[in-house]
Design a protein around this ligand. Structure first.
Ligand code: ATP
Ligand code: MG
Length: 392
């Protein structure tokens, strides 16, 4: 038997009691969707492990591994060699499949897990047998049960026995689609793609809303948002992007509202528009990339003024994060390089010279009355463009 598989270990999903089955179904669906363009695979689950097997030679297991590493709900994954359930076959498979790793190590230990209780050898016996065999085959090796260079893991399951080394860390989280749907207000900046990723990690399906103000913001800025979302979608699955034209509204604010309150007023209109769209899209919450104190519009007082217009919960997963922490995550999900490309965002055009860092709600509400916000909002909401974004 020459079979090789990817074993994916489910995380928290195992704690979900009666919902577990439903969670697992969503996880399998998400994995299958991400593997569709890679080749033909069989994907099945047994005892909180998901098995990914290539159905033919063309199916690329390396690429499949890369894709699976980004599926939320998987805490760890390992490539494993499959052996027939016979002690001698398991020993040979371990020696052959892990040859390179074992040759590069000085110490090792073997750990066996036997979920097939009908298998006639108990775990310690399998470990001892495989260990002894490997010592013979690789005479340079020593056993170290406390700090081995390599842990050879043997899992005796229903169909086969699997041999592998320590699993690599997976994306963690819970499967996207099990946590409802929320709308991320996405800019081309560093923060909002990371915020989107963090909520997707907790099982939330995403709809994205972007405000553009052409010609002040360019087509390239919009395209940048699309590329960012494509990166996020490697983890978050398909994302619908709704782009709203905010030019007229922004011009009206610039021309008629009290200058030092312009940013907070703009943000209130963003939230109002986003909430309406979110409702139509069946989203239960909004998400932003705000982080406390990062800019004038992200002080407690400014956030309070913005939040006052929203009836939906607004999640800000980065509220307590430092820029360095956000940058680290942006590197991890590979959005950093795109985010730092210099295109204007609608939040950065017409910015007041001295924005008020501690706006007071009733002054903001008064300042807002200088424009016919309702009509402008209604008009903006008729000028939307929609597209589906999905990583390959
Ligand atoms: P980001 O890095 O996400 O751009 P930022 O630190 O630059 O955030 P702001 O520009 O004040 O902060 O924006 C705060 C939040 O408002 C963003 O994280 C995003 O959720 C939302 N936002 C900003 N600009 C837009 C836009 N053009 N379209 C949709 N949402 C936006
Ligand atoms: Mg920004």
């Amino acid at each position: 038997m020459e079979k090789e598989v990817i074993l994916l270990k489910q995380g928290e999903i195992a704690l979900k009691g009666l919902n577990r089955r439903a969670f697992e179904d969503v996880l399998l669906k998400n994995i299958r969707r991400r593997l569709k363009s890679v080749g033909e695979f069989s994907v099945s689950a047994l005892q909180s492990t998901v098995y990914v097997e290539a159905k033919n030679e063309e199916a690329d297991l390396d690429l499949a591994e890369e894709r699976c590493a980004k599926v939320f709900g998987v805490v760890g994954y390992a490539r494993a060699g499959a052996a027939e359930k016979e002690l001698s076959k398991i020993c040979e498979k371990a020696a052959e499949y892990l040859k390179d790793t074992l040759e590069g190590a000085s110490t090792f230990k073997v750990e066996c897990k036997r979920s097939d209780k009908k298998f006639p050898h108990k775990s310690p016996e399998v470990s001892a047998e495989v260990g002894g065999y490997l010592l013979e085959r690789f005479p340079h090796l020593r056993v170290d049960v406390h700090h081995p260079d390599v842990t050879v893991r043997v899992e005796v399951r229903e169909a086969c026995a699997y041999v592998h080394t320590d699993p690599k860390p997976g994306a963690g989280g819970i499967p996207v689609g099990t946590g409802g749907k929320a709308a991320i207000l996405i800019s081309g900046g560093l923060d909002s793609p990371v915020a989107a990723w963090q909520m997707a990690k907790r099982g939330v399906e995403l709809t994205a809303i972007h405000f553009a103000s052409p010609p002040y913001t360019s087509e390239l800025a919009h395209e940048k948002v699309v590329r960012l979302l494509r990166k996020v979608s490697e983890y978050a699955g398909r994302i619908k992007l709704i782009t709203v034209n905010f030019t007229k509204l922004q011009e009206a604010i610039r021309d008629h509202c009290q200058e030092d309150l312009n940013t907070v007023i703009l943000r209130r209109f963003m939230l109002r528009a986003a909430e309406q769209i979110a409702r139509e899209e069946g989203c239960a919450a909004l998400i932003t990339g705000e982080s406390l104190g990062q800019v004038a519009s992200q002080t407690l007082q400014a956030i309070a003024c913005t939040d006052a217009v929203a009836a939906m919960p607004v999640f800000r997963p980065l509220i307590g994060a430092d820029k360095t922490e956000i940058v680290k995550l942006a590197y991890q999900i590979d959005t950093y390089g795109i985010s730092i490309e210099p295109y204007e965002d609608c939040c950065t055009i017409f910015t007041p010279k001295h924005p008020r860092t501690r706006p007071i709600l009733h002054f903001v509400e008064d300042a807002e009355k200088a424009i016919d916000g309702e009509a402008l909002l209604r008009e903006a909401l008729t000028q939307v463009e929609t597209m589906e974004i999905q990583a390959e």
